[in-house]
Design a protein around this ligand. Structure first.
Ligand code: NDP
Length: 341
């Protein structure tokens, strides 16, 4: 059984790749440079794995060549999309790769891979939220929700709004494609909030850490010692559960046509700091001392309460037993300790 995985060099994709190979799939993964390709090949010598170069996913038709030259594809996992704030132009560097990338994968499969049964798309909690509801303790987020921000908001809003719109528009593009084209395959989407967990992709140094794990690097480098920063979004999930969700959503027939809100639940930076303090006494000099540290507004769960979440569909349909914040935090720090500063 053959699977195409886009963006195999990414934090989440590296775990999806590991799980696919472990379950015996033959995998073709795409990256944007030869350097990244050889790093992945070196990690899996002898595996049923091909690494192909797709230099620019923002170009419509970007995936035509790789899909046309890969006979016998059964499934697709589309994870590649920008998740960073190092861009200057939201349209060309964020929205285009997100939205055109998704459309390009789907149209390449429709044209060149008639055997594909399902395409799993990595979406995000960003496509469920409404920014106003993030301040509403009575709100319960689920797959029924769609981010009301528009494409225009993505061009004119804050960097966070632009990223959220890129995810919402990309996921919407996938559902619109299915409704419009009625292809031979169906689609399932995975919507994680902040993803933490050990690093399985190649990293030269901690400076290159992926966006959602950056707080753990800051923590062990002493940047939280005087003040615990705001948590941001208060929902999280372990990367291994996100990878499992991708593969289960591909394998289970009943997952087709569904969105999955994959979250383990609430967390705060203050909780993370406490877990790391309890588990890594050798790091004590870098970590916040509960007796003296200040907690910025939002560093702890707000006293007035936080929006709720309903993860029951992902729990039931995908069969996920969510990894705890304790295990994730310990495994994340251990994995970061193996990477040069
Ligand atoms: P990473 O930054 O580690 O991975 C992003 C992947 O997309 C990399 O393979 C990257 O390639 C590729 N990519 C980004 N921009 C482009 C581009 N312009 N052209 C080609 N490839 C590109 O982050 P994650 O693993 O966290 O993100 C993976 C997916 O998960 C994304 O779709 C993201 O939106 C989504 N997501 C992540 C969450 C999180 O908290 N981590 C939460 C919710 C959703 P390269 O290695 O070359 O940079």
């Amino acid at each position: 059984t053959k699977v195409l995985l886009t963006g195999g060099s990414g934090f989440i994709a590296a775990h999806v790749l590991e799980l696919l190979l472990k379950r015996g799939y033959e995998v073709v993964t795409t990256v944007r440079s030869e350097t990244k390709a050889s790093q992945i090949r070196a990690k899996y010598p002898g595996a049923k794995l091909t690494v192909a170069i797709v230099p620019n996913i923002a170009v419509l038709g970007a995936f035509d060549d790789v899909v046309a030259s890969t006979p016998g594809l059964d499934y697709v996992q589309h994870t590649a999309s920008p998740f960073h704030f190092k861009w200057t132009d939201a349209k060309t560097e964020l929205l285009d790769p997100a939205v055109n990338g998704t459309n390009s994968v789907l149209s390449a499969v429709q044209k060149h891979a008639p055997g594909v049964k399902r395409v799993v798309v990595t979406s995000s909690f960003a496509s469920l939220i409404s920014e106003a509801s993030l301040a509403d303790p009575a709100k319960v987020f689920s797959e029924a929700d769609w981010n009301p921000s528009t494409y225009e908001d993505g061009l004119t809003g804050s960097p966070a709004t632009a990223y959220r719109v890129s995810k919402k528009e990309a996921e919407k593009a996938a559902w619109d494609f299915v409704a419009r084209e009625k292809p031979n395959f169906d689609v399932a989407t995975i919507c994680p909030p902040l993803v933490f967990g050990p690093v399985a992709h190649h990293l030269d140094s901690l400076a290159g850490i992926n966006t959602s794990n950056a707080r753990y690097v800051d923590l062990i480098q002493g940047k939280w010692a005087a003040e615990i920063p705001p948590s941001g979004v208060y929902l999280w999930v372990d990367v291994r559960d996100v990878a499992l969700a991708h593969v289960e959503a591909m394998e289970r027939p009943e997952a087709g046509g569904k969105r999955f809100f994959t979250t383990a639940g609430r967390y705060s930076n203050k909780q993370i700091a406490q877990i790391v303090r309890d588990s890594f006494p050798d790091l004590a000099g870098k970590l916040p001392d509960p007796a003296t540290v200040k907690v910025a507004p939002g560093g702890d769960l707000p006293a007035e309460g936080v929006y709720g979440y309903d993860n029951s569909r992902a729990t039931k349909v995908l069969g996920i037993d969510w990894i705890s914040l304790e295990k994730t935090s310990v495994d994340t720090i251990k994995s970061l300790q193996g990477i040069p500063a």
